[in-house]
Design a binder for this molecule. Structure first.
Ligand code: GAL
Length: 669
């Protein structure tokens, strides 16, 4: 998606200040000073846009959009379903969610709506179409921002009302056709839970059936389906009057919703990033997590994404809310760009005087106008983005390595009982991702549904569930020369969480035979020797037998001493590596270092990076190299070539000096 410029701005909620024209006047003046060229309007404006049912007041909004546009500031226009007005919830309580315990929510908070409710859809369509009639004609509006962080309110994110139960049953009928097929897929004969009527099926809840893995997995799928259906409903509603592109802001790896599925309805992916900087002195784990999230957002469409929200200062909702240390605002913003964002946007422009987010960081504080450190930081980012505008827009990351991250795998893996109860997909995934981050290698993060061709290396940690056709795809990929890496507890079940029988679906390609998995306590920790060095192994140690594979590391202890802990198998033109045990970061870094060598991948500086420093690259007519230092101290990077900083023109030959929390944007000379 190309907007003609890199967007800088964020959520603007002027409905809080409609009785203070001087504030609105000042906003525009200061936006220009902060180099803001775009705001998101209307995210939570329903009660002001439609103060009572059917009474629409859009004039104030149109006036603000006009004024912004006259001043060179574009609008991303939101539909207001993130927050429900009281007239709606009190007149039509069925529009609110029913919790797992069967109780209906009371009005308030956000995203409290039932996405199946016919009434909710009717009311949504009416307000959305009023907005679309206005937006369809307005040159100042760039795109639609549908709702806000869908599903992000209550921990469950789902609605369990009767309309949802019926919709779930219909969805299951379509998926399975017959109850017989469903019973088989869910293995309901165990514990005598065979369904004999569709009406007997209920969403999984703690006071009822919630231990049937097949049911739980399908419920997760249904929740994504139904939320996506609501999203489609909103997009279709505005499209009748406006052809503008649409996005909806995602959140991190948000377990309740399969973003890979949802994103298909969007023209551009956007997301809200709130990394917990300064949580510890060591910023690396936080930087790694944020980088992984950014990378996934880019990988969804293999195209630039939008950083829709970030905080210009500190958030108010964590236990500790440290201020961003000097340099961190720029670094955090540039990190998003480094991984493929073409926008830097904030929540929110001006702090409100009351309610839940009055102490949440904003570009403008309650006091001091433009005379704040935060304002200067923001203006600094705006200025830098203006300088880099064309270079950013002509480029995007094009990784040659990919990681499989799949929601269905996540749901199934963590729901299943055994081999441990504390299965943590995200944690393990991020450990593997970190090995690439520390090496300065960009990766795409893709689901099992994506093509693997084109990547030199693909890794799929903890890939417990295999979707239909996945094993075949991997085999083909490896036969054609790809390097595929996977770990213990992979390829265990099919799409309905039924265990594969006979043999591992990738047995030939792996060149090993999987037999048992040991999940002992720490007292029984094992260790392995890899390339002459000893590393710990524990928590999970799979006992596997090498067939055609060679052992690259073996267990050093216990009754399975001497058996492969890391194996490597040449298959067709490619190679498959299997990590049979859970390893720490040090071994993962060493192991992936070898794999990257084999794949012929090195970072764009061809340098060994100091701790806390990484690099990523946007390729285009001019390649942009983003060198990032997450240390609060100066470090030196021993590069070999000569580089020029794209925005300052400063030149570097060989050694590059990095200030604390600095991001340099380099072009090779
Ligand atoms: C986001 C949300 C915003 C605001 C922000 C505060 O999740 O979309 O509306 O609440 O958090 O950090």
């Amino acid at each position: 998606m190309e907007f003609g410029k890199v967007l800088h701005g964020g959520d603007y909620n002027p409905e809080q200040w409609l009785d203070c024209p001087e504030v609105l006047q000042e906003d525009i003046e200061l936006m220009k000073k902060a180099r803001v060229n775009c705001v998101t309007l209307g995210v939570f404006s329903w009660a002001v846009l439609e103060p009572s049912e059917g009474e629409y007041r859009l004039g104030w909004l149109e006036e603000i959009i006009d004024r912004l546009y006259e001043n060179g500031i574009y609008t991303v226009l939101a539909t207001p379903t993130g927050g429900m007005p009281h007239w709606l919830t009190s007149r039509y309580p069925e529009t609110m969610q029913v919790r797992e315990d069967g109780g209906r929510n009371l009005p308030g908070r956000r995203h409290n709506f039932c996405y199946t409710s016919v009434k909710m859809r009717e009311k949504t369509r009416q307000i959305d179409q009023k907005l679309a009639q206005m937006a369809g004609k307005h040159p100042g509006i760039l795109m639609w921002h549908i709702s806000n962080e869908m599903g992000g309110n209550f921990s469950d994110s789902a609605c369990h009302c009767e309309q949802c139960q019926q919709a779930f049953r219909e969805w299951l009928r379509e998926r399975y056709g017959t109850l017989e097929a469903l019973n088989k897929a869910w293995w309901t004969v165990f514990w005598s839970h065979v369904y004999t009527d569709w009406e007997q099926i209920h969403s999984p809840v703690p006071r009822g059936e919630c231990l049937l893995h097949g049911l739980n997995l399908d419920w997760h799928r249904f929740v994504t389906h139904q939320m996506t259906d609501f999203l489609k409903w909103e997009i279709a509603s505005v499209r009748e009057y406006s052809a503008l592109p649409a996005t909806s802001n995602f959140m991190f790896f948000f377990k309740p919703l399969d973003y890979f599925k949802m994103q298909k309805e969007l023209d551009v992916v956007s997301w809200d990033s709130y990394p917990a900087w300064h949580k510890r002195k060591d910023e690396v784990p936080v930087a790694v997590k944020a980088a992984a999230y950014h990378s996934m957002m880019r990988s969804m469409k293999k195209a630039p994404f939008m950083l829709m929200e970030s905080v210009p200062s500190m958030v108010n909702w964590r236990e500790n809310n440290p201020l961003k240390r000097p340099g961190m605002h720029m670094l955090s913003s540039m990190q998003a760009v480094a991984h493929g964002s073409n926008t830097v946007q904030y929540f929110q422009w001006r702090k409100g005087r009351g309610a839940f987010e009055k102490f949440h960081g904003a570009v403008l504080d309650h006091k001091n106008g433009e005379n704040t450190r935060t304002f200067r930081d923001v203006a600094g980012v705006g200025e830098r983005l203006e300088k880099l505008d064309t270079l950013i827009r002509q480029s995007c990351n094009q990784p040659k390595a990919a990681m499989i991250f799949d929601w269905e795998n996540w749901w199934a893996l963590e729901d299943s009982t055994g081999p441990r109860l504390d299965m943590d997909y995200q944690k393990v995934f991020l450990q593997h991702y970190r090995a690439f981050w520390e090496a300065g290698i960009d990766v795409d993060i893709i689901s099992m549904d994506e093509e693997l061709e084109g990547y030199r290396l693909v890794t799929a940690p903890l890939n417990y569930l295999y979707k239909k056709g996945y094993a075949k795809k991997v085999e083909q990929y490896v036969k054609n020369g790809g390097i595929y890496i996977t770990t213990y507890w992979s390829g265990i079940v099919d799409e309905t969480d039924l265990c594969f029988t006979g043999e591992h679906p990738l047995r030939k390609a792996l060149g090993i035979r999987q037999e048992e998995i040991d999940a002992p306590s720490e007292e029984f920790s094992n260790c392995v020797v890899y390339q002459g060095k000893e590393y710990p192994a524990g928590r999970f140690c799979e006992v596997v037998y090498a067939e055609t594979a060679k052992a690259a590391a073996v267990y050093e202890k216990d009754f399975y001493k001497g058996m492969p802990a890391i194996s490597e198998n040449h298959y067709g033109e490619g190679t498959v590596c299997y990590l049979a045990a859970e390893f720490g970061q040090e071994l993962l870094n060493a192991f992936y270092g070898e794999c990257l060598k084999q794949a012929g991948l090195e970072n764009p500086l061809a340098a060994k990076l100091p701790y806390g420093v990484t690099v990523s690259e946007r390729k285009g007519e001019t390649n942009l190299i983003f060198l990032q230092n997450y240390n609060e101290k100066t470090v030196e990077v021993e590069g070999s070539g000569s580089y020029k900083e794209a925005d300052t023109g400063r030149e570097w030959q060989g050694r590059i000096e990095m200030e604390p929390f600095e991001c340099k944007v380099l072009v090779k000379k």
